[in-house]
Ligand binder design. Structure first.
Ligand SMILES: [Zn+2]
Length: 181
């Protein structure tokens, strides 16, 4: 069953993205939260970029499946500036992430998560929504960023040096944590 199978009238939309939430209760209530997260609530993202330039907007839907699985689907987007690795000036990056999660209570239960989903381990009743959204943004953060070709003052330098290298993101560890199903 997916959200699209459910009559729209069942879904209650609440404007605002509180940090401390009870995701299982929200799933039982079939709630969608929509709103902006203040950039000061995302310290790990702020530390990983030059600056967060625009509002961080998200939509997060909570659904209770017939199998009693608690599902969380949504999108989060942020405009940030990163350092161009050719000219070392700032380059604007539009981060967009969509996610499909399933709430589980501990590591041992991640094998209950559907293949199309990532586990969201929530050991206590409450969870930090901001932390989860920040994780999703860090996962789509490029390891290195460049101005588009022709718009970078470092273009001539790169032609002398050869092509771009592929560098692992420092946040690959998050991917490995989330993928260890
Ligand atoms: Zn550049």
């Amino acid at each position: 069953m997916t959200l699209s199978c459910r009559p729209v009238s069942d879904l209650a939309i609440i404007m605002g993205l509180p940090n401390h939430i009870d995701p299982r209760k929200l799933a039982m209530q079939i709630i969608r939260l929509e709103g902006a997260v203040d950039r000061s609530c995302l310290p790990r993202l702020a530390a990983a970029v030059v600056c967060i330039t625009g509002p961080v907007n998200a939509k997060v839907s909570f659904e209770n499946q017939q199998s009693r699985a608690k599902l969380v689907d949504g999108t989060v987007g942020a405009n940030v500036e990163m350092q161009c690795q050719r000219c070392l000036d700032s380059v604007a990056i539009d981060l967009q992430s969509s996610f499909s999660l399933q709430v589980v209570s501990c590591d041992e239960h991640v094998d209950r998560v559907a293949e199309s989903r990532e586990p969201w381990i929530v050991e206590e009743r409450m969870a930090s929504l901001h932390h989860m959204l920040e994780d999703e943004l860090l996962l789509v953060l490029p390891a290195v960023s460049y101005h588009p070709s022709g718009k970078c003052t470092g273009d001539a330098f790169m032609q002398q040096q050869g092509g771009d290298g592929v560098i692992d993101s420092p946040f690959d560890i998050l991917k490995s944590i989330k993928k260890r199903v």
